[in-house]
Design a protein. Structure first.
Length: 216
């Protein structure tokens, strides 16, 4: 992962109402070859669309207006993909526990050394990379499923629920030979070689949790 970070500098968003600290952290991060965006308040960060580009958010807890935990909650509701690292001089155990339970990557106390901050950012970027890769994989699987015809989709839905060809033919009112042809096409379009692989795709896309799983 470290090679990826070197080749693709990340954008670090720093949200802190202490101007001197904000500027100092910004200088530190730029010296570590990160791109930096500075914000003096939660409202300023929320005032424009947050870039989904590779990066993370360094967030103070106590600020004028929305505090750090409130901003964390707001960003979660907005679907923010960027990991959050809390960096504060006003931390306590209950606050840190709440932040971590809500998904924060780390909770650091000021002052923080360059090495400690770099390590926390590296973990956050690795988490971002893993989440992005997972999303890309799911998008690729959705594209394969979307390529199925309506009848192939019906066959796919029934086959991954354990139905045999004869059962699928009966439920769809068609011939077993036709079901076999559709099933072969489904396997080709999904790029799988076994029913287990096809079922895995359905599980990963949440298709087996659908109410349509009624046992006819």
């Amino acid at each position: 992962m470290s090679d990826t970070v070197t080749a693709s500098p990340a954008l670090i968003h720093v949200v802190d109402d202490d101007q001197s600290f904000r500027s100092a952290v910004g200088r530190m991060l730029r010296m570590c070859n990160f791109e930096v965006a500075l914000y003096e308040s939660a409202d300023q960060l929320l005032g424009k669309p947050l870039s989904p580009d590779r990066g993370c958010i360094l967030l103070d807890v106590q600020m004028v207006g929305l505090n750090g935990l409130e901003l964390q909650d707001r960003l979660a509701r907005l679907g923010n993909p960027l990991p959050i690292i809390f960096l504060t001089g006003h931390g306590d155990i209950p606050t840190s526990v709440r932040a971590i339970k809500a998904g924060a990557e780390d909770f650091l106390s000021k002052p923080v050394s360059t090495a400690t901050l770099q390590e926390a950012i590296q973990r956050a970027l690795e988490r971002y990379d893993a989440a992005r890769e997972k999303h890309q994989q799911l998008d690729a699987l959705r594209a394969r499923v979307a390529a199925l015809t309506p009848r192939e989709s019906e066959v796919f839905d029934l086959m991954v629920r354990g139905n045999l060809n004869k059962q699928i033919a009966y439920k769809l009112g068609t011939a077993v030979r036709t079901v076999k042809a559709h099933r072969h096409s489904v396997m080709q379009k999904l790029q799988v070689r076994s029913i287990a692989e096809a079922t895995s795709i359905a599980e990963r896309l949440g298709m087996l949790a659908s109410p349509s799983a009624a046992q006819d």
